[in-house]
Design a protein around this ligand. Structure first.
Ligand SMILES: Nc1ncnc2c1ncn2[C@@H]1O[C@H](COP(=O)(O)OP(=O)(O)O)[C@@H](O)[C@H]1O
Ligand SMILES: [Mg+2]
Length: 270
């Protein structure tokens, strides 16, 4: 690709245009016009395109193939990179939940809160990237972080040929649900004791299941264990996961409250 910024811009715009049209054609029945324009607005945001161009020029992204998820705050796209498939998560500027972002940034000593909306969204993407790095290094089962530019985060793709793995929420049967729960709780321990973080939004909606194991995703809101709300978030995370395994698979997990008490004791003893 040319390094001329304007040519790069058009090229990316064309690629995105193509993806949008394919998506639209594919989903025509269930993709409301309103949603289409929402995604379109985001994808064609000048700052997002500039960030994508940088990533293409650096060789981090070679292609973007389709839209995996269009959530409230972020759009996730599938793409390819030099080492295989990548997930490209774009934080939306238009619909960002600034109140929530500030709650999870104030109280986390790693970041200085900013009031400017653009800067806050970039900080949010960077926060997810930094959290991913810490979790990855602590051995938690998360997608490998690859890069962050502006409001765009690139990570390892969990799934096959651009098709995302199912969320735990969508999984009806597991070969051994009790050991999957144990593995997830072991990751909660690593998150707390080794990465010194609390996920803060852990549930069957933010855990994928792929190649016989779980993958923890969506870590932007994870806070350091010193955050004033860390303990409350930790209790909520653990309760949700244990409750899900109990209702969906009939697995009797540990008592959430004692599990967390024990974890906090261990953390203090270190
Ligand atoms: N690394 C990844 N590989 C494959 N699919 C992903 C990846 N990260 C996210 N996804 C897909 O995108 C969806 C939304 O991602 P998530 O990070 O949970 O953002 P949010 O819930 O804030 O929209 C996920 O439910 C999952 O289907
Ligand atoms: Mg999510």
């Amino acid at each position: 690709m040319s390094s001329e910024p304007d040519e790069g811009y058009e090229e990316i715009e064309r690629r995105l245009e193509r993806i949008m049209e394919e998506e639209y054609a594919k989903r025509a029945k269930r993709f409301k016009d309103e949603e289409y324009y929402k995604v379109r607005q985001l994808v064609f945001d000048t700052r997002t395109i500039r960030a994508l161009i940088k990533l293409f020029n650096k060789g981090v992204i070679r292609d973007i193939t389709w839209i995996v998820s269009a959530g409230k705050e972020a759009v996730v796209m599938a793409g390819t990179g030099p080492e295989g498939d990548v997930a490209v998560k774009v934080y939306k500027i238009a619909t960002a939940n600034f109140r929530k972002y500030l709650d999870y940034i104030v109280g986390d000593y790693r970041f200085v809160p900013v009031r400017d909306r653009d800067r806050l969204i970039r900080l949010w993407a960077k926060k997810e990237y930094r959290n991913l790095v810490r979790l990855y290094e602590a051995g938690v089962s998360v997608p490998k972080p690859i890069a962050v530019v502006g409001n765009v985060l690139v990570m390892e793709f969990i799934g096959d040929e651009g098709f995302p793995a199912p969320l735990l929420r969508e999984v009806r049967e597991l070969p051994d649900p009790s050991s999957t729960l144990d593995a997830i709780l072991a990751d909660v321990r690593r998150t707390y004791l080794d990465a010194e973080l609390v996920h803060g939004d852990l549930s069957e909606y933010n855990i994928m299941y792929w190649r016989e194991k779980h993958w923890v995703i969506d870590v932007s809101q994870a806070v350091v264990t010193l955050h004033p709300m860390a303990e409350a978030y930790l209790r909520r995370d653990v309760e949700r996961v244990i409750r899900f395994f109990s209702t969906r698979f009939g697995v009797r997990g540990p008592d959430p409250w004692s599990f967390v008490d024990e974890l906090i004791r261990e953390g203090e003893a270190r």
